[in-house]
Design a protein around this ligand. Structure first.
Ligand SMILES: N[C@@H](CCC(=O)N[C@@H](CS)C(=O)NCC(=O)O)C(=O)O
Length: 205
């Protein structure tokens, strides 16, 4: 049995959806970031970084969304969530997920979590003022270079899809109109209809 720690509206949503798609047995624990649950001593024993997601497996705890997504896709046997037998295609998928984690997510975090990088109110306001511009650049890159089939990596649904879906859900609060990216807007609308996505969103509360 796997246990995923996530939070409503967080990047943990991608791993949660992937678990729902995977056919693997799992349970989910939704913690409250606004309440500070991620810094509670019991949670820090699971993830000392004080962040979600964290996945408890029979081999140990995994953190970092790309690693968790990769593990879920590796363990899933009922469905194919990544191109396991094609090294280049698998690396290209990892490249996309690494871009989300290292660039897109970080561009978004400069809005809500600007105090991670600066203390001066002026510096914080300055970083927050760049969020819409940076998220727009990220999504322009994705719109131009991905989604040449129904899904992020082409014709097959992969672990890149719930990750993009999760980031797309943040655009509105970042001051970016998803309609400016027609392929991504279409992807977001189709993802919302998937039973696995509906189940994950309902479980988040
Ligand atoms: N690089 C990590 C980022 C994890 C992360 O920053 N998660 C956020 C939610 S989206 C969080 O737990 N924030 C709580 C906090 O900053 O206190 C990943 O991709 O899993």
């Amino acid at each position: 049995m796997l246990t995923l720690f996530t939070a409503k509206g967080s990047c943990g949503r991608a791993s949660h959806i992937a678990l729902e798609e995977s056919g693997l047995a799992f349970e989910v624990q939704v913690i409250d970031l606004a309440h500070g649950d991620q810094r509670a001593p019991e949670y820090l024993t699971i993830n000392p970084k004080g962040r979600v997601p964290a996945l408890i497996t029979t081999s140990g705890v995994l953190t970092e969304s790309p690693a968790i997504l990769f593990y879920i896709a590796s363990m899933a046997t009922a469905v194919n969530l990544m191109p396991k037998d094609d090294p280049f295609a698998l690396a290209a998928l990892q490249s996309f997920n690494a871009y989300i984690a290292s660039t897109v997510h970080v561009a978004h975090a400069h809005g809500r979590r600007a105090s991670r990088w600066a203390d001066a109110p002026q510096a914080i306001a300055s970083m927050q003022a760049k969020v819409a511009e940076n998220m727009t650049a990220c999504f322009r890159h994705i719109e131009t270079n991905y989604l040449f089939g129904e899904w992020v990596m082409g014709s097959a649904y992969t672990i890149a899809d719930p990750y993009l879906f999760t980031m797309s859900g943040w655009l509105k609060s970042d001051g970016v109109d998803i309609a400016d990216f027609p392929k991504i807007a279409d992807h977001y609308a189709r993802m919302k209809e998937r039973p696995a996505v509906r189940r994950a969103l309902a479980a988040e509360g």
